[in-house]
Design a protein around this ligand. Sequence first.
Ligand SMILES: [Zn+2]
Length: 88
Amino acid sequence: MLAYGDERHAACCNWNSVEKASLIMEPMDIRLGDVYTLRKPHPCGSYDWKVVRVGADIGIRCAKCDHKVLMPRSEFERRVKKLVERET
Ligand SMILES: [Zn+2]
């Protein structure tokens, strides 16, 4: 009974992984133009990065040296400390 229910649920909507992710961190609302402070500084010394691409991967550009980095959304969320600035 239990095994049958779990299997069916996992197959139809991948419930287990969704719950696991939400327990670790709330889903982030990442928008183009946002400026984020990351937990670790870029080698150039800047902590601030601007979002230049949003999708399965997040593209960010260093606010100081213009270096561009593309990383999976999950990794970006782990590295972010806080949102600094949002264009309206
Ligand atoms: Zn930099």
